[in-house]
Ligand binder design. Sequence first.
Ligand code: KIV
Ligand code: ZN
Length: 523
Amino acid sequence: MADDRRIKIFDTTLRDGEQSPGASMNQAEKIEVARALAALGVDIIEAGFPIASPGDFEAVRAIASEISGVSICGLARCNDRDIDRAWEALQFAQHPRIHVFLATSAIHREHKLKMTTGQVVERAVASVKRAKSYCADVEFSPEDAARTEIDFLCEVVEAAIAAGATTVNIPDTVGYATPTGYAKVIRTLFERVPNIGNAVVSTHCHDDLGMAVANSLAACEVGARQVECTINGIGERAGNAALEEIVMALKTRYDFYGLTTNIKTERLYPISRMVSTITGMKVQRNKAIVGQNAFAHEAGIHQDGMLKERSTYEIMRPEEVGVPKTDLVLGKHSGRHALRDRVTELGYHLDDEQLETLFNDFKSLADKKKEVYDEDLAVLIEKHSQDVTPHWKLISLHTTAGTGVIPTATICIRRPDGVIVKDAAIGDGPVDAIFKAVERVTGITANLREFGVRGVTAGKDAQGEVSLELEVESDDRTFRGRAASTDIIEASAEAYINAVNAILTRRERDQPREVIGRPGAGA
Ligand code: KIV
Ligand code: ZN
């Protein structure tokens, strides 16, 4: 019998999270995250939106085929093409789920869909039935539910359940709800929808007013039993409810909520790091649960209290969420065994060949810096999951810069056909000069949309990670490049070349992305 005090965790990092600007992941990265989510103990992984692009489709299909022991879900709008495509991607999953959505609020009906309430109900019912013809586990979301007239919301939810929906998700698509107001919507559904007991009621809250977690928890208090959330709260606009915050609130305040999850909380911190490294989206220092300061006690009076009795100022133990006591890992004498252990603890899954490559990279890094930290390893691992063909490869570079000199860069690059070419350029600074030299050699012109450098760890010998975004007008999209080195000038060159390689890989694959409405993106 189902435990009615257990909250199912539905993770949408790979769908709602991934669709937010700057968070896109390639297929290898998505599989890595999906594996870590399964190990974390989530109940459902929303792996993507298969109709959105061939890349999304392939990623959902790969995750459905490779990851077991957890439900794999694919998103679809309420139309036959989307639903058929979602099933095509999901069919090999051990536990597939199709998630269909259709907007129900007056604003969306009138301005976006141009449909009457009757038409919306009819379309929702037909779509749930079509999804149901493929698999037993079907979720229905009335998009913008939190702003939908309550009578109509009850009507559409009842109809979706009658058509076979096993989960009804109530999205606060635009992050407009308040905890009391959202809980009232959920309570009303329990009071007024006669067949509500035949489905799990789910929350899906966006964080535009900073209330996504509070809203989700308020809904759990009145009977919701699934929470849709993302690692680090990434997602459309201000993001989704943060998984780690939901889970730790339920765990730490079990006395209040009396609800449980299946999450192995000691895996929260490693997966937060993994998602942050892969997407390049930094976790703010003071972020609850996984921020760098979340367990740091600075004030003297607090430190004094902590030394006397931890519970004076600590409501959770850092170990509970997997914050390492010290993340100093390895040095130049460490062997393959120690490396493999550490990599597994960080939540990565590498085969022997990948481990060997990592070991070589690790040894070169350990030669340059004495202490190799977890973050250093994560960056080295991610280096190899950039799913691009290495068309161009940096062989060497030389820059001159300083006060009163014209910044100049000379680069030596291997062309895709193996020929080594050299060129030089001047620029506003050494990095600009390198980018211009790469542009001259490769013939690829692009606008630099974003450029950022972060220290991977503390210390003067720390690696600097450069992430940048190039915009190519003719391709009408942006391409990311990332690289790390103890020399940030070299990292900048590598990152730029990686982005150029991403452009070429894209052109090679020649898969134009279908421009479709994204939920919650004003579509
Ligand atoms: O925010 C939203 O409404 C969504 C739905 C597809 C659930 O992401
Ligand atoms: Zn959403």
